[in-house]
Design a protein around this ligand. Structure first.
Ligand SMILES: [Zn+2]
Length: 218
């Protein structure tokens, strides 16, 4: 017989051949095809900040996941400017991590209602001078209308029309901006207060002079 290699009939042979064929073809976007490395996904590794300044990670203050479908990926393009903001609600001198986490959650909820997909800033600096990771740097921010591409958003908690920032806050802002501008080779004149880019009082009269000094710091 022609089908002696383990198969009694031609039909048995064909059935075995069909069973051996892959049942599905993997398409781009399927689970196996999406197992790419962090480098291929252009993920920013924040260790370069952690080495210089302790960074409270996003997962430490919220469980709400960003809606990445409506956020614009950087596709690995570099940042080349930094914009400083204030929180701009009432006076805020919160020191405890719990209170700060609640503040950040408040901003997050507000920004999600604005359809930003996540909190709009990349980093926050609290009154005690801690840095908190906000939205992933894999996505452009949502903090300056018309100027979000290539623009790192940093918010200092408080209202600096009504209060002065703490020395710790200013020190951390200077340190963080120094680390970020070194990393991304941000040129002099490319560090802004929000007010430099749009019609707003942000980051407030008591903070803006310190922001203007940042361009002249190495
Ligand atoms: Zn602002």
């Amino acid at each position: 017989m022609a089908f002696t290699r383990g198969y009694k009939t031609r039909r048995d042979f064909l059935r075995a051949a069909l069973l051996a064929a892959p049942a599905v073809t993997l398409l781009p976007g399927s689970s196996l095809a999406s197992l790419t490395t962090a480098r291929e996904r252009h993920e920013v590794d924040l260790n370069f900040i952690d080495k210089e300044l302790p960074l409270k990670r996003r997962a430490e203050w919220t469980r709400i996941m960003p809606n990445r479908l409506i956020m614009e990926t950087t596709s690995g393009q570099p940042y080349d400017r930094i914009t400083i903001h204030h929180q701009g609600c009432g006076v805020n001198t919160h020191i405890s991590e719990r209170a700060v986490a609640r503040d950040l959650d408040g901003i997050l909820g507000w920004h999600i209602r604005q359809n930003y997909g996540d909190i709009g800033y990349h980093f926050a600096v609290d009154y005690a001078g801690r840095v908190w990771e906000c939205r992933s740097m894999d996505y452009w921010g949502a903090h300056v209308s018309g100027h979000n591409d290539r623009n790192i958003g940093v918010v200092l908690l408080g209202n600096f029309e009504q209060q002065r920032p703490s020395n710790e806050q200013i020190g951390t802002m200077e340190h963080l901006v120094h680390v970020l501008r070194n990393r991304y080779k941000v040129k002099r004149g490319r560090i802004y207060g929000h007010v430099d880019l749009g019609p707003t009082l942000c980051p407030g009269r008591y903070l803006q002079p310190s922001v203007e000094k940042l361009n002249n710091m190495a």
